[in-house]
Design a binder for this molecule. Structure first.
Ligand SMILES: *Cc1c(COP(=O)(O)O)cnc(C)c1O
Length: 401
């Protein structure tokens, strides 16, 4: 391996030459079914014609001008996103951590704008992953990721996963203190790195009501579960709620680095000229890629097709688990699926066996194998995945005896 590259990743000794739809192909012609999608990024798979054409055309025209000027492509994508999400304004950046960190800045600024200058604390869930900047390490519930990177910034707390009573108690305590500190609650509707772990049904709706009652803001971290991955364009759609702030990235431009923060008008009003910014954020090249992805996702019947194929895959996974002495329990939404492995299975062994069988997946917390296929995965490819999983489980069983 190339020693000039920093060793901060535990890389697999495997490289790809090109991609076609749901497949990644090595220089030797070995084909892998990509159920990792570059960690929920390749929304439309690889080399999707709409995405290739959009970027190819824009690449010969104009890449970057900075936010010193109006960017018509950015205005267009902003209008699409706020319309689809039921939000009011959009800000663009380049990654998930920038989106979540921007969301936190905006929540604090909105409180400042209200005159509630003491409210700066963000409540995050246990098991949360919000990114790797210094501030987002404090928001993320992975003490090991913080080791040697301190001091951490103040103003982040964690509440027990899915526990509405604990959350309410904390907010009551904060309100009764006479000088409330809590600005916002930030959650992932389905924790991605946490192992495709969904919030309890109805939790988000209760959270919305709680935020309204205590005058704090609701931040939806849609970086992994958003852009159609839940089976809906935004994961909060079925709950019928409107967050105050939505952070997006990963799949938004299908592989081109883009992040976005969508906000209510109130939050946007606090973000006066000069209050926040990004050099690259929302440049024309990134915006045409995002526009192409959104164009496909909003096409007739596309999301219904995602839900149909996801339901079918979930059914197959439950059947495989039952046939395999409940070696795992499937969970998640849409195409953010986790197989929570039972003892003595190790998720890493199953991921490795799947890969040896030609299917890429990603390990996650709580001994989970994460399946994140492109939203365009076909029924025939789902069959290949299911067969590969059966085989991988037998291989792991065989290795143990
Ligand atoms: C990946 C992820 C992030 C961070 O995104 P980066 O682009 O890696 O900075 C933030 N929140 C969630 C939910 C994520 O899955």
């Amino acid at each position: 391996m190339n020693n000039a590259v920093m060793g901060n990743y535990g890389r697999i000794d495997l490289a790809f030459d090109h991609g076609e739809g749901s497949w990644l192909i090595t220089a030797y012609g070995d084909r892998y079914l990509d159920c990792a999608s570059g960690i929920a990024v390749n929304t439309l798979g690889h080399a999707h014609p709409a995405l290739v054409e959009a970027v190819r055309e824009q690449a010969g025209k104009l890449w970057h001008v900075s936010n010193l000027y109006r960017i018509p492509e950015q205005e267009e994508v902003a209008a699409m996103l706020v319309d689809l999400a039921g939000m009011d304004r959009a800000f663009f950046c380049n990654s998930g951590a920038e989106a979540t960190e921007g969301a936190v800045k905006m929540a604090r600024r909105a409180m400042h704008h209200r005159g509630e200058t003491g409210r700066h604390t963000i409540l995050c869930s246990e098991g949360a992953f919000h990114g790797r900047t210094i501030a987002m390490l404090a928001a993320t519930d992975r003490p090991a990721f913080r080791e040697g990177f301190g001091p951490m910034p103040d103003g982040f707390e964690h509440f027990p996963f899915g526990n509405m009573n604990a959350l309410r108690d904390r907010l009551v305590e904060d309100a009764e203190s006479g000088s409330p500190e809590i600005a916002a609650i930030m959650v992932e509707q389905v924790q991605g790195e946490g192992g495709a772990k969904p919030l309890p049904e109805g939790f988000l709706g209760q959270l919305r009501a709680l935020c309204d009652e205590f005058g704090c803001l609701l931040i939806a971290d849609e970086v992994q579960i958003g852009v159609g991955r839940s089976g809906h364009l935004f994961s909060f759609e079925p709950e019928g709620i409107r967050p105050d702030i939505v952070a997006m990235a990963k799949g938004l431009a299908g592989g081109f680095p883009v992040g976005a923060v969508l906000t209510s008008e109130e939050v946007a009003t606090a973000m006066t000229p000069g209050s926040h910014g990004s050099t690259f954020g929302g440049n024309p090249l990134a915006m045409v890629a995002a526009r192409a992805v959104l164009g496909v996702l909003t096409g007739d019947g596309f999301m219904a097709g995602v839900r149909q194929r996801s339901t079918r895959l979930m059914g197959m996974l439950h059947a495989i688990a039952a046939d395999h002495d409940h070696a795992f329990t499937p969970r998640g939404q849409g195409f953010l699926i986790g197989l929570v492995m039972a003892e003595p299975y190790q998720a890493g062994d199953v991921v490795a066996a799947l890969r040896d069988g030609g299917v890429l997946s990603v390990p996650a917390s709580e001994n989970t194998v994460r399946l994140l296929p492109p939203l365009t995965i076909t029924d025939a490819e789902i069959d290949i995945l299911a067969n590969a999983l059966k085989k991988a489980l037998s291989v792991v069983d065989g290795n143990r005896t």
